[in-house]
Design a protein around this ligand. Structure first.
Ligand SMILES: NC(=O)N[C@@H](O)C(=O)O
Ligand code: NI
Length: 161
């Protein structure tokens, strides 16, 4: 069993796996006669393969227990997947770099601070949505279309905070 203590999520540490969506760390420009700040193009949306299209969904998730025990990670080979909390929910992120095998030494665990969202790049191995403390509501942007877009890989991970 791989034991990991979750680190605070930062864009730098997450760069190998995807993007951190966070207005506090992003540029913006004014639109709508200056009434709106546009935080523009914050993450790389990928939609690959036959009939690919971008989906906008809402996930309402029940909270996970800590320690969080995982027995697999998953990846989406045909597209990215973004999760943005709608009510400052914190969540646990467990990732490994793209590749057909998962090297336990490369698995990382993070915890968000409520203002952060994540966008997993295509093929990044990740744990399924794991919200903390209370029911969470997330805006999810990912890929629809033909073909299989979800592979699972067994790996035993135990995450503490
Ligand atoms: N299956 C699904 O839509 N969600 C997962 O991909 C996940 O990352 O939670
Ligand atoms: Ni996923």
């Amino acid at each position: 069993m791989l034991e990991l203590k979750a680190e605070p999520l930062t864009a730098e540490a997450f760069a190998l796996f995807g993007d951190v969506i966070d207005t506090r760390r992003a540029d913006w420009f004014p639109i709508n006669a200056g009434r709106t700040r546009r935080y523009h193009d914050l993450a790389k949306v990928e939609t690959l393969g036959e009939g690919a299209r971008t989906l906008i969904s809402i996930f309402v998730s029940q909270p996970v227990e800590i320690p969080l025990e995982l027995d697999f990670l998953e990846r989406h080979p045909l597209g990215s997947q973004a999760f943005m909390p709608l009510h400052e929910e914190r969540f646990v992120v467990v990732v490994a770099p793209p590749g057909d095998e998962i090297d336990p030494a490369e698995v990382r665990a993070f915890v968000t601070d409520g203002r952060q969202g994540v966008n997993y790049h295509a093929c990044t191995w990740h744990a399924i949505q794991s919200v903390l403390e209370r029911e969470g509501e997330f805006l999810v942007i990912d890929r629809g279309g033909e073909g299989n877009n979800c592979d699972e890989h067994p790996v035993a991970v135990r995450v503490t905070l």
